[in-house]
Design a protein around this ligand. Sequence first.
Ligand code: BT5
Length: 254
Amino acid sequence: LMGLETSVLGRNILYFDTIDSTQNKANEVARMDAPEGTIVIAEEQTSGRGRMAREWHSSKHKGIWMSLILRPQLPPEKAPQFTLITAIAIARAIEEVTGKEPEIKWPNDILFHGKKMTGILTELHSEADKINFIIIGIGLNVNQEMPDFPEEVREIATSLAIENGKKVSRVILLQHILKNFEKYYQLYLEKGFGTLKVIWESYVTSIGKSIIARTISGEIVGKALGITEEGVLKIQDAEGQIHYVYSADIEIKP
Ligand code: BT5
């Protein structure tokens, strides 16, 4: 990664040709005291995963499949904000490299024209009510063409190359992601989530709309009012009741 403009992030890189999941490896090395900013990255994952043990397709040489280790001195409740900070850093990097503006879909998706280009998986390891480490998994489809995607995601997935009309250098994109990530992470540690919330909202398309939120404990239907300072989604249902949603799959009602 020559030309990397960061001081902490990506200064310790574990690179694999093939791995089961960068998330698993990052967990393993974080438990062995890997420093803040360590990155685990692979050309291919054989069991890449999403939330709730869903599968994440990670075809060889086509994407950025990586996990970052952070050790912020913060309470565990702050962990969901990291998904949002990551989304901002990726959205900015995509704009810098391609000139195209993606959409962010709360909580963990980056889309183009409603199709998923990136998924983020934030995993928290806390001890005695303090964050010990956070692992941020990023799965970013870069140079796939439609036939490279398995059939079950062809309707819902896209890649940066498909949207951009030409291939994108994964190394350059990665440098931009890490540079932006470090910048927004610093801003967050110094100033809190306030400014970042405003930037995040500028990319979000679902706020103010009628949505269906599918959570592990059931469906909530209502209007998405916005997110709290903690990154929690606020939904108002037809009876006027407010629901606070920590994690869900959301769908904008037609
Ligand atoms: C996510 O989960 O979107 C988080 C994905 C995180 C993947 C990274 S890759 C590096 C690191 N190592 C790992 O093992 N994981 C992380 P979720 O919101 O639950 O979405 C999962 C769903 O996305 C699946 O059920 C599919 O429907 C869809 N999907 C799977 N692979 C996809 C792909 N390559 N592109 C677009 N959609 C995909």
